[in-house]
Design a protein around this ligand. Structure first.
Ligand SMILES: *[C@@H]1O[C@H](CO)[C@@H](O)[C@H](O)[C@H]1NC(C)=O
Ligand SMILES: *[C@@H]1O[C@H](CO)[C@@H](O)[C@H](O)[C@H]1NC(C)=O
Length: 348
């Protein structure tokens, strides 16, 4: 026992203590952060695409220092705020805009994207998770040229934080579309199993590309989507029940990945558990079009910090603050499983 304790003390001195010193100096807890996802994480990757899933017009960005940037919220997204919480200096730049500045990470997320490649086609172009992972491999090649050594690049990539938010669009803009092909093929349980099976392979390929600290966001409450809810007797309750099947399997996937993949940590962020606690829970803050997005140049509500959602689907910046803060430092065990991002970034 004493022997084990002594070696733990040694490990602490040699590996943990230097990190703590650097944190006191105001350095970040990770050198880099790579972001995969949909409109909850997108920071402008869709701006140049031919798609209806865009947010580069007001009232999106009304509370952002650069105005509308393609973020599907009035200010910062949840991943922008997570970047700041782990001590990085600024939000991670979108893949579409990067020039050479890739050492702190890249944001590959694309509004409308899903686990399935065809998800989001309803809107037009999008960057599916499969393509986001291909873009990441491209960035790794560039990073290897900058660092100059493949092994050192892998060591660097091992230390980064990775978050993936996926699945919402596979439901609302695929399975529950009025003429959905997948709904004809699969029961909700079969669909959840298919999605998780494909997601598992995608996340394992991210691990193969060097990722070791990975947070997976579950699917949150899916808000009103006028044209989805108007058709085929689809109700919010039916959608919620289908999504629960996905989230349940995602938690099991996290357990499986933690067991199977050496030297890695995977966590689940529970978006259905995290509550904004704001005055207005369900009503949006802007008038919306048929796809659930704010009507361009419409007037948003003045008291945006009291609203949970901005349009029909996307959280306000105020809610994104709550989501990010809770993902980073969970106030309740059900918010993050098996632990939160502050613990994820600690483990080397
Ligand atoms: C998490 O929150 C608790 C309670 O507010 C606080 O005491 C603790 O220092 C926080 N931890 C981190 C890592 O920020
Ligand atoms: C996620 O949150 C919901 C609502 O609080 C809860 O019912 C569910 O058990 C949570 N999931 C996990 C894995 O903790």
């Amino acid at each position: 026992m004493a022997c084990l304790k002594d070696s733990l003390v040694l490990i602490f001195v040699f590996f943990v203590a230097p990190n703590m010193t650097s944190r006191v100096d105001g350095e970040s807890q990770v050198p880099c952060y790579f972001i995969f996802g949909d409109s909850l994480s997108d920071a402008g990757n869709n701006n140049a695409l031919l798609t209806l899933a865009k947010a580069n017009y007001p009232p999106y960005g009304v509370d952002f220092y650069f105005g509308p940037t393609g973020r599907f919220t009035n200010g910062l997204t949840m991943v922008d705020i997570i970047a700041l919480l782990v001590g990085l200096n600024q939000p991670i730049p979108p893949f579409a805009n990067i020039a050479t500045d890739i050492e702190e990470g890249v944001n590959y997320a694309s509004g409308g994207a899903g686990i399935r490649d065809e998800t989001g086609s309803y809107f037009g172009d999008h960057i599916s998770l499969t393509e986001q992972l291909a873009n990441h491999r491209d960035i790794i090649s560039r990073l290897t040229r900058i660092i100059g050594d493949e092994a050192a690049t892998q060591t660097y990539l091992n230390k980064c934080l990775y978050t993936v938010d996926m699945g919402s669009n596979d439901y609302i803009f695929n399975y529950f579309l009025p003429e959905s092909g997948t709904r004809k093929l699969f029961t909700p349980d079969q669909f959840a199993a298919q999605l998780i099976n494909q997601y598992s392979q995608q996340i394992r390929s991210l691990y193969d590309a060097g990722a070791r600290k990975i947070a997976l966001f579950g699917v949150g409450r899916l808000g009103c989507i006028p044209f989805v809810l108007a058709s085929n007797g689809i109700t919010q309750e039916i959608i919620t029940r289908a999504v629960q099947l996905f989230n349940g399997r995602l938690v099991s996937l996290v357990d499986e990945l933690n067991k199977d993949l050496a030297n890695s940590k995977f966590i689940y962020i529970n978006l259905t558990s995290i509550q904004s606690g704001f005055k207005v829970l369900k009503a949006g803050c802007c008038p919306v079009n048929n796809n659930g997005l704010c009507i361009p140049y419409s007037m948003p509500c003045p008291n945006r910090d009291e609203y949970t959602i901005l349009d029909c689907i996307h959280p306000t910046q105020a809610t994104n603050h709550v989501i990010a803060a809770t993902s980073y430092n969970a106030s309740h065990p059900s918010d993050a499983y098996p632990f939160d991002i502050s613990h994820l970034v600690q483990q080397y």
